[in-house]
Design a protein around this ligand. Structure first.
Ligand code: ADP
Length: 495
């Protein structure tokens, strides 16, 4: 991880400025520190040399004073140290180590002279420089000169140097800041321009925009690569648009062709089915008449065979009728005939149609229709849907019964047909309204059917009655099919 990751969110401008300023400041501080350190070392060295030379001089001059025991001469010698303002005190020790003569810069003898040291030469303490210099005569040490110089002047000088260095660093930093805030633009401006261009591209989705190249450096190369990528995207987009346009027009053409074919198919089925219905009706008519004994007595076997033929013909007729209806609706060749009817009347007619099967299976019937409720709808089609739902209810119920309830909504009426039959498994519900879909249940073979009833009911409800059909069911717990139709179909077809 980047050690300076906390700086990641700073704008490039400020990062550059920070780098320049930090580097410059560090350089200035290090250079000043080195310079000041070296200077202090030199000044101290010179001072030590000066004081040592003076000490040596006093020692040479004071040999006679010591030999002749003349402290006044020694003090006079010491007094010549006054020329060096840094020297604050000095003394001469006799051979026995006692102070022979002394000197203080301000003549007030507050100085505490140290005991004579055997370590000769100079030494620095925190605030002064001390020197012990031997007084020798013919190679024999007859005394010692002690000199103490204050470092005060040195410290004052040092403080002035520090202040000057501080000021120099401050002024240089200001100048560097001023200069670098201008110079950083060389790097930051192309980057900012590149960022702004990419933002505009993503906001406006306009890949024709280009970044402007300022030079031939790495930033220039970056701009070039960026523009190159834009070029590629633009070309690809154009190709894609052309392909999409071509495909769309191909699809539209294919779609139109398919629709034409579909209409043709529906028209074909409708007219073929019509041709089939005529002979079928005559088969049903004649077998019905024969079954009733109008053409003479039939024996049991003949009756049984004929009634099978009669039932099959009726089944075929209902299948053909359904197919014709579906084809006509799909081809848009079916008209609606809205009329105002009492819902009770439509429901009663539907009940009459399913009553024989209801009685045969000993199922109960419960009806709840508000009195005098009128609807403007296509009566024939509504009746067809109701009969489909009711007869399914009867077909798929072994025990219990059917319950039909009507609920009034704002602009619509909901007719629910509930049964206590076998119900429908949850995963079968989505395919329930598809054509020729018959669910795999134990009643499948027994009750027969085409798998077109619900498909047709849905088509009629949505396409002709402008309503909808829904189902609620659970396997083994009965089903509720709900038809919701508008109160006023006429009004809806006019708008
Ligand atoms: P058909 O009744 O001719 O088979 P439908 O389209 O009317 O065709 O119904 C399709 C299938 O939906 C039926 O075969 C049956 O499996 C299921 N189904 C329809 N109504 C009910 C119902 N009330 N209870 C249980 N299953 C039903």
């Amino acid at each position: 991880m980047n050690r300076f990751s906390y700086l990641n969110n700073l704008p490039v401008k400020q990062k550059l400025l920070l780098v320049i300023m930090a580097t410059t400041l560090m350089g200035l501080v290090l250079a000043s520190a080195a310079f000041l350190g070296y200077d202090r070392y030199q000044v101290k060295k010179n001072m030590a040399q000066d004081i040592s030379a003076l000490g040596r001089l006093i020692a040479d001059r004071s040999a006679a004073a010591l030999v002749f025991d003349d402290p006044r001469l020694a003090e006079k010698n010491l007094a010549s140290l006054r020329v060096k303002s840094a020297i604050v005190a000095a003394c001469i020790y006799g051979e026995d180590g006692a102070i022979f003569a002394s000197y203080t810069a301000d003549n007030i003898s507050t100085e505490k002279f140290p005991a004579v040291s055997n370590t000769l030469g100079h030494a620095f303490t925190s605030n002064s420089l001390t020197l012990f210099e031997p007084v020798e005569l013919e190679g024999k040490r007859i005394g010692t000169v002690y000199v103490r110089a204050s470092l005060k002047e040195l410290d004052t000088l040092w403080q002035q140097y520090l202040a000057a260095a501080g000021l120099t660093i401050f002024l240089t930093s200001l100048a560097v800041f001023f200069l670098s805030s201008r110079l950083q633009r060389i790097i930051s401006e192309p980057l900012i321009h590149l960022t702004q261009t990419s933002q505009r591209i993503s906001q406006q989705n306009d890949y024709s925009l280009r970044a402007i190249k300022e030079g031939e450096d790495e930033l220039g190369l970056l701009v070039e690569a960026f523009n190159g990528m834009l070029e590629t995207i633009e070309v690809q987009n154009k190709n894609l648009e052309t392909t999409v346009a071509t495909r769309t027009s191909e699809l539209t053409a294919a779609n139109i062709k398919l629709k034409e074919l579909d209409t043709l198919k529906s028209m074909f089925i409708a007219s073929m089915s019509h041709e089939l219905r005529t002979p079928l009706n005559s088969i049903i008519g004649f077998t019905g008449m024969t079954l009733q004994g109008l053409s003479g007595e039939l024996n049991d076997e003949q009756k049984d065979n004929l009634s099978r033929a009669y039932q099959s013909a009726k089944h075929l007729l209902s299948l053909i009728t359904d197919v014709i209806d579906i084809s006509k609706i799909e081809a848009g060749r079916i008209d609606t005939y809205p009329e105002t009817v009492f819902l009770e009347t439509v429901v009663s007619e539907a009940i009459i149609a399913i009553e024989p099967q209801l009685k045969e299976k000993h199922l109960s019937l419960d009806i709840e229709v508000p009195d005098g409720l009128q609807l403007n709808t296509d009566k024939k089609r509504l009746l067809q849907c109701l009969i489909n739902l009711l007869s399914n209810g009867v077909k798929f119920t072994e025990e219990g019964g059917i319950r039909l309830t009507v609920t009034e909504r704002d602009e619509a009426v909901a007719i629910a047909v509930a049964d206590t039959g076998i119900g429908i498994a949850e995963n079968d519900l989505p395919k329930l309204f598809e054509a020729f879909e018959r669910l795999d249940t134990h009643l499948r073979v027994k009750v027969g059917g085409t798998g077109l009833g619900l498909y047709l009911t849905k088509k009629i409800t949505t396409d002709l009655l402008r309503g909808e059909v829904s189902v609620q069911s659970k396997a083994g717990q009965g089903s509720i099919f709900t038809l919701t139709v508008p109160r006023d179909l006429q009004k809806l077809t006019e708008t």
